[in-house]
Design a protein around this ligand. Structure first.
Ligand code: 5GP
Length: 204
């Protein structure tokens, strides 16, 4: 059980934190953006990261790209709700912004990994967490290859880490729902339905 002393004051009428996690290549970013488009008033939490920006990334939209020193300064000022090391790089969720959005009754979407989800659930037990699964382990490998983003060595590493993360997600007890992403549009619809049902249940 979460220790109540660590909980943050987040009670509002309709504010809800939605955590979306999944291994690289499972389609979670597309599903996250689909949920954001499909639920009026939802907002995406832009994490800070020390990883390199790629051509596909938009500064301030996908991430806030910062140096290691900037990240550590933000951490020491207590600006993060949670931080995690992923593939040797640092990632952090903006605390004040997330809490403000919840107060405003928004659906706040956090696309974070399993360690981040565990940490957020500890502080905000009301958060709703969804894990995106690939249809099979083999399809995960195929999708990672088809993105043509990384070398085969990195693909293999991400694949192995992805499989380990799936095991951790299944056993950690933090996820409220698992979605097998076979057909993208169906997965987005399923995620939106899950959130709407959860919000309706809480209003009752
Ligand atoms: P990528 O670098 O491929 O965008 O993300 C790598 C991993 O880091 C993904 O699993 C993503 O969900 C996770 N991630 C992104 N931002 C955060 C964050 O602020 N906190 C945590 N814990 N994980 C994050």
């Amino acid at each position: 059980m979460a220790d109540a002393s660590h909980r943050l004051p987040t009670d509002t009428d309709d504010g809800l934190v939605l955590i979306i996690s999944g291994p690289s290549g499972a389609g979670k970013t597309t599903i996250t953006r689909g949920v954001e488009r499909g639920i009026p008033g939802s907002v995406f939490s832009v994490s800070a990261t020390t990883r390199q920006r790629t051509d596909a990334d938009v500064e301030g939209v996908d991430y806030r790209f910062v140096t290691d020193d900037e990240f550590e300064a933000m951490r020491s000022r207590g600006e993060f709700l949670e931080t995690a090391g992923v593939y040797g790089k640092k990632y952090g969720t903006p605390k004040a912004w997330v809490l403000e959005q919840i107060k405003r009754g928004r659906l706040v979407i956090l696309e974070i990994d399993v360690q981040g989800a565990i940490s957020v659930k500890h502080q905000i037990p009301d958060a709703f967490a969804v894990y995106i699964l690939p249809p099979s382990e083999n399809s995960l490998l195929e999708r990672l290859r088809s993105r043509k983003r990384e070398s085969e060595e990195i693909i293999q590493r991400r694949y192995e880490q992805g499989c380990a993360e799936i095991e951790r997600a299944r056993s950690c007890g933090v996820y409220d729902a698992f979605i097998v992403n076979d057909v993208l549009e169906d997965s987005i619809r399923q995620a939106i339905e899950l959130v709407n049902a959860e919000r309706a249940r809480r209003r009752r």
